[in-house]
Design a protein around this ligand. Structure first.
Ligand code: XMP
Length: 511
């Protein structure tokens, strides 16, 4: 962001850099993330008040280990290097030496602080989170050792004159007890940055810049039922009022009540011009006979674009399209390292040849910040706190062909799960919870009758970022209630099973 004091986080791989940036923003200081190999000229132009090197999964001894322009250490900008970042700094500066460790240090350790100055001012001896296979054995010239653990003699090193710091542990990790204090010291004592990041100001700034960009032109937006498109559209509406028209394509693959909620909130409560397209039949028609998951995704993604284009065409001249792109999408779209396990086509993706300029008011925000903006704009809690929901919706939770009958069974079972989890007060603790309908039937008995019906799979996971997930350890009583309600209340279902597989080796969704 221009004209704003900021802290730059250089990303050396892994997802840690995003968490560091969020922790910095929690201290109301603006931070941005760039890849480690960003040109030094660009970094200079940003003029950050401090630079953080994130950790990363590589070993500094690896042949193609990520490196950095050595001139970065001569910019006179304070530096905090973490994990891999610290090892790289120690390797690059004169006098530093590293070695490969016999045993990887992984997990909680007790930090013994030796030098309570700089980032360690007022920091007590306390628990830290460690995860490394290499270690610094000689610190570079001009540095002093600032902390150690039983296994790691140089757990932290400082050069107070040059304002350069290295920590081997993860200060952003929840298990690092004094992590927040260490980060605060870096921000406010070492870098001398002022607080400048709050979401109310952000809303005002965005409103002004959207007004300026749009002028008197017309803007369209695709609502998906998800948080991001809802918040982005509500924000744009706040800026330009009825110059915005929202298009909501109901593909019939949403959960129970969600389409109605979108309609009520946007057309009703907010009075935003809304084109509601009932495309349920059209999507079902296209999905007829299709059971391959990636094929379903492709069909839904393409059909969505087709319907959207048709509707946008009817509206006449529009110059801008609102997109709910988040900062994590921006950071990740640069890197192409993770293997494609599922294509994750986002329904609501941009029709590429529509020739519209984009308005992406959430481009700089993390998900939790988007939720706060949503709350500030007065969107309903249910919408703002909605759990992640795949673009292709229930189509990838019905194994095999998608039919109206199966959609209706799944919707009812899913609604019971949602009700019960909410009632138990666990909605915000569990990352995702939902029902899956497999393509099999089994025998049961109800009253004195033999039944032959569908099983429903109940899936509930805890996670931080959906990259890995644990199956949720729910109370037996809750599982019992959900099971008996589904079997009693949903026709054609005679069995409920709970999925006790984590990710990996499974994935969160079944398709
Ligand atoms: P998996 O199943 O890969 O899911 O563990 C990880 C996260 O991504 C969501 N997901 C999708 N989101 N389009 C989306 O927009 C998709 O096709 C899709 N498939 C999975 C899933 O719900 C979880 O949050």
């Amino acid at each position: 962001m221009k004209n704003k004091e900021q802290i730059l986080v250089l990303d050396f791989g892994g997802r840690q850099s995003q968490l560091i940036a969020r922790r910095i923003r929690e201290n109301r200081v603006y931070s941005c993330v760039l890849p480690y190999n960003t040109d030094l000229k660009k970094i200079k132009a940003l003029a950050p008040k401090g630079i953080v090197f994130s950790g990363g999964p590589e070993s500094v001894f690896a042949e193609d280990a990520p490196g950095i322009d050595p001139d970065i250490f001569d910019l006179g900008i304070p530096v905090l290097t973490i994990g891999y970042g610290m090892q790289l700094m120690a390797k690059m500066l004169p006098g530093g030496k590293l070695e490969k460790q016999q045993d990887r240090e992984y997990g909680k350790s007790e930090l013994d602080v030796i030098d309570r100055d700089g980032i360690f001012a007022g920091v007590e001896d306390s628990q830290v989170w460690m995860d490394h296979g290499d270690r610094v054995v000689k610190i570079p010239e001009g540095f002093i050792m600032s902390a150690r653990t039983a296994l790691t003699p140089v757990a932290a090193m400082s050069n107070h004159d040059k304002k350069m710091y290295g920590v081997q542990f993860d200060p952003e990790h929840v298990f690092t007890a004094q992590g927040t204090n260490i980060l605060k010291n870096f921000l406010f004592e070492v870098c001398g940055v002022k607080t400048n990041w709050n979401l109310d100001d952000f809303i005002d700034e965005q409103i002004n810049s959207i007004k300026e960009k749009v002028g008197s032109a017309r803007v369209i937006s695709a609502l998906s039922g998800g948080v991001d498109s809802a918040v982005a559209s509500a924000l744009v509406h706040r800026a330009i009022g009825d110059q915005l028209t929202c298009i909501f394509v109901n593909h019939g693959l949403l959960r129970k009540g969600e389409a109605e909620e979108v309609k009520e909130t946007f057309a009703g409560e907010f009075n935003i011009p809304l084109v509601y397209v009932d495309a349920r039949k059209r999507f079902l028609e296209k999905l007829k006979g299709v059971s391959e998951p990636e094929m379903k995704r492709k069909i839904i993604g393409e059909e969505f674009i087709r319907v959207f284009e048709e509707e946008a065409g009817k509206l006449g001249e529009a110059s801008f399209l609102v997109q709910g792109t988040l900062y994590s999408d921006v950071i990740e779209s640069g890197s192409d390292t993770t293997a494609t396990i599922k294509s994750h086509h986002n329904v609501g993706g941009l029709p590429e040849d529509m020739d519209l300029d984009l308005i992406e008011p959430l481009r700089e925000l993390f998900k939790d910040e988007v939720r706060k903006i949503g709350e500030a704009l007065g969107l309903p809690e249910e919408m703002v706190w909605r759990q992640p929901f795949p673009g292709p919706g229930l189509a990838i939770r019905i194994i095999g062909e998608v039919t109206e009958e199966k959609l209706s069974i799944l919707r009812e079972a899913d609604a019971i799960i949602r009700e019960e989890i909410k009632e138990a007060g666990l909605s915000k603790e569990i990352w995702q919870f939902f029902a899956v309908l497999p393509d099999i039937k089994s025998v049961g008995v109800m009253g004195n009758e033999r039944t032959y019906g569908y099983p429903v799979v109940f899936r509930a996971v805890t996670s931080n970022d959906a990259m890995t997930a644990e199956w949720a350890r729910l109370p037996y009583e809750l599982l019992e209630r959900i099971s008996s309600r589904i079997v009693n209340e949903v026709d054609s279902v005679n069995r409920v099973v709970y999925d006790i597989t984590s990710k990996p080796p499974a994935t969160i969704e079944w398709e």
